[in-house]
Ligand binder design. Structure first.
Ligand SMILES: Nc1nc2c(c(=O)[nH]1)N[C@H]1C(S)=C(S)[C@@H](COP(=O)(O)OP(=O)(O)OC[C@H]3O[C@@H](n4cnc5c(=O)[nH]c(N)nc54)[C@H](O)[C@@H]3O)O[C@H]1N2
Ligand SMILES: Nc1nc2c(c(=O)[nH]1)N[C@H]1C(S)=C(S)[C@@H](COP(=O)(O)OP(=O)(O)OC[C@H]3O[C@@H](n4cnc5c(=O)[nH]c(N)nc54)[C@H](O)[C@@H]3O)O[C@H]1N2
Ligand code: SF4
Ligand SMILES: [Mo]
Length: 705
């Protein structure tokens, strides 16, 4: 299509996944007629994926909620903003007055990580609610990495990132960056970056119970039994230390706990862990040696390792391995960013380095982390009457947290539920008050959270491309207004109003001026293609926030958790056992992009992958409808037989199952599939961190008829 004279070109940031691609948007007659990668973007250099065009589908989606409403039964009554905010604030305030601040809970969802303004607004709301019970997608995602950072580096947000562009040996566990586009590794165009790695003689090794899209382009792939990565990593540590291949290099004087690690690792020989992990002792030894020998290597793990019952230990051991091989804080290894807004330093200045296990959930005693409780215990806390009001902000926990059915039932019993969202879905259908917000291209954008995990230092400030529809408001505005409404102390009221008056833009500007690059919002705004702030730089020991400015290799919480690994060594593989894992698809984003026709069309994607051996044993072939059952529930899905999945493992993608009364997603409903989280078990968490252990859920599968 050639551009008409009325067309204009705008530059934006994609808010869908962590890659944060720079976009070039062609606008004609008020619509985006093209959404392309911005070739001139200093960071993403034209990269884009099929989801970017769906930004426009969501923006114009007839099902998107564009007016605030209150719920009456399953029906809704549209109301003005004043009434909506007033009803929401009154309900929450009454609960806090009668039952205490913690009787109101707040759940923050993943899109907040892609919405710096919204994130600041949520902070203001949390302040106004004083001590609400907090939950977020963190405890269904990266909590183990953050716990490792807190305990080892002294700050929960000091997250190491693979320096993929200079790396020579990339060991990838439980991540599928070719589909996810990278996580805790903001790296637009990761496929190219990984192929460049191989082109310069580097090696890519993937460890995953499924032969993934990333495994398909790797030099090596090894199937692993779900949930056993911590054993593999500890055996690699053992090999390095016993074989004296360990060489922490420059960081040696800045490490503590090396002897303790050696003592802990001793019994975990490759021979002992091989039968449990399914990876041969010779392979474990070789990978350890190759990692140690590489001039620039990294061990990287993501949700596949976090979503296990030993996620905390795995998160810790990833860092230990990188440290022992001299790759921590080394070019081409596992490095730290220097972002324009230095969230880590600012947090520390405000006394917020993070926290762990200061208190525990009431029913099950799960540990607090960073002021939050694990979301796996949200339903039981509501059922027990400890939580009577809930605010969901860009979150869909019914679809995204274990035993979603149970949570859905619990939500119906709340006195007040406020949802700040764009869709009426599996979760927000339970809201008593719905507050609709702007989306993606309708607001200015700065990547507060993701610029702290990007593989190169960069900053991009994007202007809004479109005017928002008249009925919606920015997340920042909604959250700060709600904050003013719920605050009943003078201090909280003043703080909320001051924040609203100041504006998010000004807050960012102040933070940037105080940051390491001394940029300003005005200056960034003039550079729609982003500003390159250079490659990652070695930052240790200066960047550490531990009291002794050292890297703690053997923090007590992890040391105390190692005995659980001895028990795992003894856990035999049960004959006929099936363990459930998830997967992601390039044309889907968690639970909420399924209302875009162009993303969901084509053959059904919510299928259960099963190895021919397991399918044969049950008389199943591709297309057979099966009952997939666990301790907590049952769903019906079609089987897809493939030897890309390890025997004994089955895989179902998460984020499907847009059904239920009140769900207003017409396209998604037609291909609803089923929600994996109606089968995953809220009782299965990592006992150390409380993170949801979705992966490796024991299941039974049988023909549905
Ligand atoms: N297209 C698309 N992109 C996305 C998302 C999306 O939904 N769609 N979601 C975004 C979000 S919120 C996140 S957090 C990131 C996640 O980014 P990734 O971590 O790269 O996500 P996944 O593709 O789920 O990869 C996890 C891998 O772990 C494997 N796995 C499961 N259990 C185990 C195990 O016990 N051990 C090992 N070694 N592997 C295991 C799975 O087979 C899978 O291949 O992706 C982001 N990007
Ligand atoms: N079984 C299983 N479960 C998983 C995972 C898995 O791999 N397997 N992955 C986990 C991971 S990594 C994550 S991050 C979580 C995600 O968990 P959640 O964050 O709870 O879920 P999402 O599906 O991302 O839902 C996002 C919500 O935000 C709304 N939204 C989108 N954009 C905006 C916006 O700009 N403003 C507002 N106010 N709302 C918006 C959407 O309509 C939707 O309701 O799920 C976790 N759950
Ligand atoms: S890779 Fe991620 S950020 Fe880039 S266009 Fe696709 S969804 Fe958007
Ligand atoms: Mo995530």
């Amino acid at each position: 299509m050639t551009a008409t004279p009325a067309a204009r070109t705008a530059f934006a940031t994609c808010v869908l996944c962590e890659a944060s691609c720079g976009l070039q948007v062609t606008v004609e007659n008020g619509k985006a007629t093209r959404v392309e990668g911005n070739d001139r973007d200093v960071f993403s250099k034209g990269h884009v994926c099929p989801k970017a065009v769906a930004l426009e589908d969501v923006r114009l989606d007839p099902d998107r909620v564009r007016e605030p409403f209150v719920r009456e039964g399953t029906a809704r009554r549209n109301v003005g903003w004043q009434e909506a905010l007033g009803t929401a604030a009154a309900g929450l305030k009454r609960i806090q007055r009668e039952h205490g601040p913690r009787a109101v809970a707040v759940y923050l969802g993943n899109p907040m990580a892609h919405n710096g303004h919204g994130l600041l607004g949520a902070g203001v709301l949390l302040g106004a609610l004083r001590q609400p019970t907090r939950f977020s997608a963190t405890s269904a995602d990266q909590l183990p990495h953050m716990l490792a950072s807190l305990e080892m580096f002294g700050h929960q947000a000091l997250l190491p990132v693979p320096d993929v562009d200079r790396c020579q040996f990339f060991l990838c566990l439980g991540a599928n960056p070719l589909v996810s586009n990278g996580s805790i590794m903001t790296a637009p165009g990761i496929e190219r970056r990984l192929s460049d790695l191989r082109a310069r003689g580097g090696k890519l090794v993937v460890v995953d119970p499924r032969r993934t899209e990333t495994a398909a382009v790797a030099d090596e792939h090894h199937f692993i039994r779900p949930g056993t990565d911590a054993l593999l990593l500890l055996a690699m540590v053992q090999t390095l230390l016993e074989g004296e291949h360990a060489n922490p290099g420059r960081l040696r004087p800045h490490l503590t706990g090396l002897d303790e690690v050696q003592r802990l690792a001793k019994p975990f020989t490759p021979e002992r862990v091989a039968p449990v992990t399914g990876i041969g002792a010779d392979v474990i030894r070789r990978l350890s040696r190759e990692l140690a020998a590489s001039p620039a290597g990294v061990v990287y793990g993501r949700v596949g390792v976090c979503h296990s019952e030993f996620g905390g230990l795995a998160g810790w051991l990833l860092n230990v391995l990188n440290a022992l091989t001299g790759n921590l804080d080394r070019e081409g290894g596992s490095m730290f960013t220097t972002p324009a807004v230095d969230v880590v330093r600012l947090g520390a200045l405000l006394g917020q380095r993070g926290s762990f296990a200061r208190y525990h959930s009431r029913v099950r005693g799960l540990p607090e982390f960073g002021g939050e409780l694990p979301v796996a215990c949200l339903a039981e806390e509501i059922e027990a009457g400890h939580i009577k009001g809930l605010v969901t902000i860009a979150g869909n926990p019914v679809s995204s947290t274990p035993n979603g059915e149970r949570l859905a039932r619990a939500l119906e019993t709340l006195d007040t539920m406020v949802s700040v969202d764009i869709y009426r879905n599996e979760t927000t259908r339970h809201a008593s008050v719905f507050l609709p917000t702007t989306f993606g291209l309708e607001r200015e954008h700065y990547d507060l959270a993701l610029s702290i995990v990007s593989v190169r230092n960069f900053a991009r400030w994007s202007k809004p491309v479109f005017e928002p529809p008249p009925g919606v408001r920015d997340d920042w505005d909604v959250l700060t207004d709600l904050a003013s409404g719920v605050a009943y102390g003078i201090k909280e009221k003043v703080a909320a109003r001051a924040a609203r008056a100041l504006g998010a833009r000004r807050v960012f500007d102040l933070a940037m001026r105080a940051g390491p690059h001394r940029v300003t919002v005005d200056a960034l705004e003039k550079q729609p293609h982003g500003v390159d702030l250079g490659p990652l730089q070695p930052r240790l020991p200066d960047a550490l926030h531990t009291s002794d400015r050292r890297v703690h290799l053997a923090p007590k919480h992890f040391v105390d958790d190692v005995p659980r690994l001895h028990a795992l060594l003894e856990r035999a593989v049960v004959d006929g056992e099936l363990l459930l894992i998830g997967r992601r698809s390039l044309r889907s984003n968690n639970s909420w992009m399924h209302n875009s026709h162009r993303l969901v069309k084509g053959r059904p994607r919510c299928t259960l992958l099963m190895h021919p051996r397991d399918a044969g044993a049950r008389g199943l072939t591709t297309g057979t409808q099966v009952k997939l059952r666990s301790r907590v529930g049952e769903v019906r899905v079609p089987v897809e037989v493939t030897d890309d999945i390890a025997p004994g493992v089955v895989s179902l993608p998460h984020g499907w199952g847009q059904t239920g009364p009140g769900v207003e997603l017409r396209i998604a409903r037609e291909q609803a599939g089923a929600s994996i989280n109606d089968v995953t078990d809220d009782a299965r968490v990592d006992a150390l961190s409380g993170n949801a252990a979705f992966s490796g859920t024991p299941v039974q599968v049988e023909r549905a008829d």
